[in-house]
Design a protein. Structure first.
Lengths: 110, 114
């Protein structure tokens, strides 16, 4: 079945540093979604990418979908303490289900 | 709108006990999902439903059952609790099929089986 791998598992940065998490699928995806989960909270939708090579920005967050639609990345510029949490990618093959990666836990030290 | 609500928030069960995790959404979403999340792991799909009366298995359905008698409610039943079912359970819903649409998650139920 479809596997979605995410790296790194953990990242600890100083506030102001940049952060990137990568997501790779074993199969071509129809779309990919990104979610953020704060400690003790529930996943919250950030964005969906659909087109090959798509790049979307949300303030300091930049999301990319690879040309082959098998990989994606999330880049945060100048991290803040409010960025702390676990970031999940979730891929779909147009089915009912999303396949979630294991997530990247981000810790930001002031 | 309350969105997706789940009860209880926390529960401790003894091995062999049964319980039902409740999930309700007020967004008139057709699609609903149950996930479990173990420490350091992503979310694994247990069951999903594409509408009232229609349910199907996800990746890890063993030990669980679901029903969907109304659009709003999607309870998850654990019949004979085992320590391996210690986890955080999230219910989610979406307007369109989960692969193509935003999933809205409930706050979760933290279950411990001793």
């Amino acid at each position: 079945g479809q596997q979605v791998m995410q790296i790194p598992q953990y990242q600890h940065v100083q506030e102001g540093e940049d952060f990137t998490t990568y997501c790779n699928s074993s199969t071509t995806l129809s779309n990919i979604q990104w979610y953020k989960q704060r400690p003790g909270g529930h996943p919250v939708f950030l964005i969906q990418l659909v087109k090959s090579g798509e790049v979307k920005k949300q303030k300091r967050l930049t999301f990319q979908f690879g040309e082959a639609k098998k990989n994606s990345s999330l880049h945060i510029t100048a991290t803040q303490t409010t960025d702390v949490g676990t970031y999940f990618c979730a891929g779909s093959n147009s089915g009912y289900a999303l396949n979630f990666g294991k997530g990247t836990s981000l810790l930001v030290t002031p | 709108n309350a969105g997706v609500t789940q009860t209880p928030k926390f529960r401790i069960l003894k091995i062999g006990q049964s319980m039902t995790l409740q999930c309700t959404q007020d967004m008139n979403h057709n699609y609903m999902y149950w996930y479990r999340q173990d420490p350091g792991m992503g979310l694994k799909l247990i069951y999903y439903s594409v509408g009232a009366g229609i349910t199907d298995k996800g990746e890890v359905p063993n030990g669980y059952n679901v029903s969907r008698s109304t659009t709003e409610d999607f309870p998850l039943r654990l019949e004979l609790a085992a320590p391996s079912q210690t986890s955080v359970y999230f219910c989610a819903s979406s307007y369109e099929a989960g692969g193509r649409d935003t999933q809205y998650f409930g706050p979760g139920t933290r279950l411990t089986v001793l």
